[in-house]
Ligand binder design. Sequence first.
Ligand SMILES: CC(C)(COP(=O)(O)OP(=O)(O)OC[C@H]1O[C@@H](n2cnc3c(N)ncnc32)[C@H](O)[C@@H]1OP(=O)(O)O)[C@@H](O)C(=O)NCCC(=O)NCCS
Length: 198
Amino acid sequence: MFSIRPYQQNDYQAVYDICLLTGNSGKGAAHLYDDPMLLGHLYAGPYIKMEPETAFILDNGQQPCGYILGAQDSESFNQKMQKEWLPQLKCEYKEPTSEENKWTKDEQIIHQIYHPETPKDFPEYPSHLHIDLLPIAQGQGLGNKMMDHFMAYLKTNKSMGVHLGLGIENERAFYFYKKYGMIELERDDDSIYMGLKL
Ligand SMILES: CC(C)(COP(=O)(O)OP(=O)(O)OC[C@H]1O[C@@H](n2cnc3c(N)ncnc32)[C@H](O)[C@@H]1OP(=O)(O)O)[C@@H](O)C(=O)NCCC(=O)NCCS
């Protein structure tokens, strides 16, 4: 009953919701944020707005239950993020002025809008992706199908490789990607970066 289809404009809110419902190392993050759109503004919005053709929806016939989205060329995506996406968020959100150790989760995200981390550069893996499935779609092999669909799209567009980052606490995702054939490229205190040649 599940199918994978291209993203459509009216999926916008559902994609933001899925981002929030899976945004705490794979678990729900709604209780962590006052503003339910903030997480999506960093991790979902720029993709569906700026590269909608690189976004795919897992649909159960009634509603979106997951997505896989990303960028064919991370370098040009990151430039567009700086020039087009973040400036409009800066108009909407004021930079936090209190001390860093007093920031709420919302303020931590807003800080990233003003001071984004330098994106990782993996020249052999120029594309990147994010995949998130709601609990009703997890554990049934659908993650693999979404990955296959996305890899086929990237290959058609002649990408030579794809990378992704995941929270260090997201053990399930780590083993899922590893089983899919991705290799670990780098890790730090918070994140693991993995890649796959296409
Ligand atoms: C992570 C996610 C994409 C995986 O998709 P999925 O379809 O649920 O995948 P599954 O959990 O069924 O696992 C797929 C494979 O990984 C293996 N795997 C999963 N967790 C594992 C673990 N902790 N240890 C070892 N192997 C594991 C499974 O055994 C399975 O292999 P099999 O099909 O040969 O049995 C999906 O669960 C999800 O979206 N989770 C919430 C959001 C998230 O964490 N996204 C990733 C952010 S980086």
